[in-house]
Write a protein that binds this ligand. Sequence first.
Ligand SMILES: *Cc1c(COP(=O)(O)O)cnc(C)c1O
Length: 350
Amino acid sequence: MSAFPIDLISDTATRPSAGMLAAMAGAETGDEQRGEDPTTLALCAEVARMLGMEDAIFLPSGTMCNQIAFLVHCRPGDEILAAANSHIFRSEGAGAAALAGAQIATIETESGIFTAEDVAHRLRAPRDRSPVSRLISVEQTTNFGGGAIWPLQVLADLRDLAQAEGLVLHMDGARLMNAAVGADVPAADFCQGFHSAWIDLSKGLGCPVGAVLAGSHEFIRRAWGWKHRLGGAMRQSGVLAAAGLYALAHNLPRLGEDHEKARRFTDLLRGTPGLGLSATPPETNIAFVDVSATGQSTDQIAMTLARHGIRLNSEGRGRFRVVTHLDVSMAEVEEAAFALIAAVERPGYA
Ligand SMILES: *Cc1c(COP(=O)(O)O)cnc(C)c1O
């Protein structure tokens, strides 16, 4: 049991449910490295189908999906174009540079979404002294951009540009399924024209571990080389893949409830003096609350809320990032909103 019964710090706070644990316990298994784990094969086939890709590979984490994709697509000296607030730039230990030898050229964007025009401005002319513009990375939904969904038209324009310029399109789809449910668009439509895309099982889908990276047969064949090299190849991974299959059947259809909870949270806060919210309601399960005008720091407010068993993630810059998920109920989200209002209106309320 967590010290924070109402943990809104991230959708990674989800714990495997009894149903999921039962599915894991009953999983049929074999040696994954030999291609003999039937449950892992079934999970990969299902994710490849959902994303409209030829093939897929099971990996321990989303971070490894991104890094293996860059290792396959890029060569040392290449350049990746991504949002300045993207996970690959902020939160993966400079992995693209450290492992693939690629640098990231950042695009400043509040929502995490950028356009083909933004990319076109940054493409390098082919010169010996220039980095080689190689890959565009799209984060669907945008994590530090507030869970925004990339519209299909923006992606179609990027696809045209990538085709014209011979660029690789990669999707960090940690929350792609939130986008699919939030926009009521099949995940495969978002992935059209992408060379690689992945989904995280350990976020809103509620698994303890795992992510699935998808792409062409050739891409996945090369990804397997890196999976072995990096120590990501497993044995009876079916116990983990079973959690993924369970999540796709049971936790995917309910993601919309998390989006409703995020909207309810911000609706309740709207109008409270000192609290800054984005003008539009959250599109998915992430919301930002700016408390810099309250006269209290995020740490002070977080400490007050912690006494009530509520945990919020201080983003720095006077902002909280609030993420809803299957382990917080609507009533708990409402309780958190009322506690935050009380903490702001009556500093240090017990
Ligand atoms: C969580 C996250 C990752 C990394 O996934 P892990 O499974 O935690 O390694 C990558 N990108 C985004 C947008 C994320 O939210």
